[in-house]
Design a protein around this ligand. Sequence first.
Ligand SMILES: Nc1nc2c(c(=O)[nH]1)N[C@H]1C(S)=C(S)[C@@H](COP(=O)(O)O)O[C@H]1N2
Ligand SMILES: [Mo]
Length: 346
Amino acid sequence: MITREKEPPNLEMPFSALESFVTPNERFYIRCHFPIPKINERDWRLRVGGKVARPFEVIIDDLRQMPTQTITATLECAGNSRVFLVPKVKGVQWELGAVGNAEWTGVRLRELLQRAEMANKAREIILEGADNGTIAEPPRPSGKINFARSLPVEKAMDDVLLAFAMNGEPLSAAHGFPLRAVVPGWYGMASIKWLQRIIVTDQPFNGYYQSIDYAYWRRDEAGPALVPLTTMQVKAEIARPEDNEIIRANSKYLVKGAAWTAGAIVTKVEVSCDAGKSWGEATLNGEATENAWRLWEFEWQTPSPGGYTLMARATDSRGRMQPMERDANGGTYMISHCLPIEVEVR
Ligand SMILES: Nc1nc2c(c(=O)[nH]1)N[C@H]1C(S)=C(S)[C@@H](COP(=O)(O)O)O[C@H]1N2
Ligand SMILES: [Mo]
């Protein structure tokens, strides 16, 4: 793993280590805003309240005894690939590895919301983590805040999972032990770790992590408006070769990577070995699973010696294709344009 920050821990996978559809737990990136909270399973409670008829709390064994579901979902940090932005922007300088794909086991959020009997006017569901701290840079609220974010009721009632296991093992401390949300198709920030509270509200929530942070400028008739980041954009990343790799001339090289999208499946990945001038179609491996990435490969007949720029471009079943140019409205997030990988052919 590549350490981007030691405390709190922020680590990414060296993306060239991509080998399997499911990312091994020890290779799954870690993104923390505050120190990892120390949670003792026996003292831990999840409280469900707000605009509900029956607020309640559960212990982890209550959840383990409910009907469980296992889903495969890709989490990508909204700042993944930030190091590719020119000029440089603030934030963790992720390369390609702040993304991973895992099998998550837990209970549907909707089961808890149904049990609590939400008010008809319920509009959003706030998920709050147990981790907290102060924000260093203004604009900032005073004092400590917890990491929290909201979901529209429709999404919360659809496919959001409250997971206690990742790839068949209990969640590790860094990944949210004992319980985290997994919000399929959304950037990672929505998948709250160390979940301790679920609050039903009839108001739009404008917490720090969806207004000041993890928001972007969406343009419509009325001009740009700051809105919370939600769904992942269609994107392909090249795992091999890695940036600055030296490759043998006049031979065959297997270019490999992964591609993902949200609420759809990846239907095509193309690879360019001449900085986007011409494209060839990659082979997609395995079966497509919605909200999980798809591995792909492309055989490159390497040319004569020189410097070359490789790119990958994904298209999904809703016809969305990765753009060549960066959309600056994303600010420091949603880096999903075609990313250049420079290699030297010798
Ligand atoms: N409570 C809490 N949940 C959190 C975070 C956090 O700092 N605290 N980071 C979020 C972000 S920005 C991402 S990308 C994912 C990362 O999940 P992982 O560390 O398990 O890969 O967790 C999200 N959930
Ligand atoms: Mo993130």
